[in-house]
Design a protein around this ligand. Structure first.
Ligand SMILES: [Zn+2]
Length: 448
């Protein structure tokens, strides 16, 4: 009993110590990275000012499997909603490694996210585990400050492969923390990156800077293989490939990568082809409802509903979902007949049925996602199937993350008092790229 009592007291002390800064600086902002100081993905940051707290992202680590439950970081009030000093959670963008643990957050904790990001995640729930329905207390709007507890947060819409992504300026008591979230300067919204460089927030004390492309190699990478290509490059090379392919071109991508949807559609228009998306992609574009995003009523647009999605609709009884594509729906026979005139934008799981129905005869398949997935079993199987069918398989992708050169431009423009690494596997390499770097560990409280 004595030992059990001691153990539980020790446990209480550990929890207490973990939840209060070791030496809280009263009028300063205190920050603790819960995950991401030495890891890409699973980002979670707690910010504290005079006892009030705010959480930036509650990501699921990339190492966790789809069905694997990862516990929430130890943040008071996050799981039970019982601590009013927790003012809210901000989700910077709708990627699992930034929002993936949100379902474990108590529903009374206020959540903030971009409006279109919330629409996208909600529409995704029918098709994928990478979706969720949120009930945001407020929405992030580009350069419009919002007050959350003791904090003023100004979102900056960012160029990223995740849709409706924001960097965040968090201010309290004259202290300023800028969290990049995930961003790049070479996507479809690169003007936002240029705008951030031209009209930077002033007086940033600490910059929490993503460094996905800062690598553990001896020399800092400046525009390596994954970072050298832009969305515009992909648009041009895809158009070229469409012109040079006799049959259908199938581009495999994530339905949630809306930038890539626009890139592929623009490439189709350049090459005089019709874009054929799946129902998932069409549903996301419809849910977001923005005029500039290709959707079923657009010219040169058709939809093919792959078997997996047909089964989903049938088994759920939600046949109204097909209405969205009824007027532009095509079937394998039509695709095979018009192979040289179409480019399919589909999930990788559609490839076997395209092979079976002859749609890919004289065609080509383009992998337009992170190449790391190809090392997984499903990726290897896909390559074997295409090889057996003699269908050319190529990679054409632009990274969702900034090149080291662009990160350097960002840091120069913001000129923060200190740069703190996050969303990186090479924090110890930041010194090679920037001055005034301060390394922080997961779980460590520090003062801005
Ligand atoms: Zn992301």
């Amino acid at each position: 009993m004595v030992i059990a009592g001691l153990a539980s007291r020790l446990q209480c002390e550990v929890v207490l110590r973990a939840s209060v800064p070791a030496s809280p600086a009263e009028n300063r902002m205190n920050v603790r990275i819960h995950r991401g100081a030495h890891e890409i993905g699973g980002s979670c940051v707690e910010v504290e000012y005079r006892g009030g707290r705010l959480v930036l992202d509650v990501g699921k680590p990339l190492w966790a499997g789809w069905d694997e439950k990862v516990p929430l970081p130890a943040i008071r009030g996050l799981a039970d909603g019982l601590d009013p000093s927790l003012a809210g959670v901000i989700i910077s963008h709708p990627h699992l490694d930034h929002y993936g643990l949100i379902d474990q957050v108590d529903p009374t904790v206020p959540v903030y996210i971009g409006r279109e990001a919330a629409l996208l995640l909600d529409a995704a729930t029918f098709f994928s585990a990478a979706g969720t329905t949120l009930h945001p207390a407020g929405y992030l709007v580009h350069r419009v400050p919002i007050r959350i507890g003791a904090f003023t947060v100004t979102p900056y819409l960012a160029d990223h492969s995740g849709f409706d992504s924001y960097s965040l300026l968090v201010e309290a008591g004259g202290n300023r923390l800028f969290y990049t979230g995930d961003l790049r300067g070479h996507g479809r919204k690169s003007r936002l990156f240029d705008e951030l460089l031209a009209y930077t927030p002033k007086g940033v004390d600490a910059l929490l800077c993503e460094g996905t492309h800062i690598r553990g190699s001896a020399r800092p990478e400046v525009g390596g293989a994954d970072t050298g290509r832009s969305e515009a490059d992909v648009e041009h090379s895809l158009a070229e490939r469409m012109r040079g392919t006799a049959g259908a071109v199938a581009v495999l991508s994530s339905a949630q990568n809306i930038d890539r949807l626009v890139t592929v559609y623009r490439a189709c228009l350049r090459a005089g082809r019709t874009l054929v998306t799946d129902l998932y992609t069409a549903s996301l574009a419809d849910a977001i409802g923005r005029e500039t995003i290709p959707k079923p009523e657009f010219p040169s647009y058709r939809a093919y509903v792959p078997n997996r999605q047909r089964v989903l609709v049938r088994e759920s009884g939600q046949f109204h979902r097909i209405d969205l594509v009824r007027s532009c729906r095509v079937f394998p026979e039509w695709l095979a007949d018009h192979a040289g005139e179409v480019t399919l934008l589909q999930p990788a799981s559609t490839v076997p049925e395209l092979l079976r129905t002859g749609v890919l005869v004289n065609g080509a398949v383009v992998w337009s996602m992170w190449p790391g997935y190809l090392r997984q079993r499903s990726g290897e199987r896909l390559q074997q199937e295409l090889k057996a069918a003699s269908v050319p398989f190529v990679l054409d992708h632009a990274s969702g993350h900034a090149s080291v050169a662009d990160l350097r431009r960002l840091v120069d423009a913001l000129s923060p008092r200190s740069v703190v690494p996050i969303h990186t596997e090479a924090a110890d390499r930041y010194h090679n790229v920037f001055g005034n770097v301060t390394l922080r560990d997961d779980g460590e409280w520090w003062t801005v």
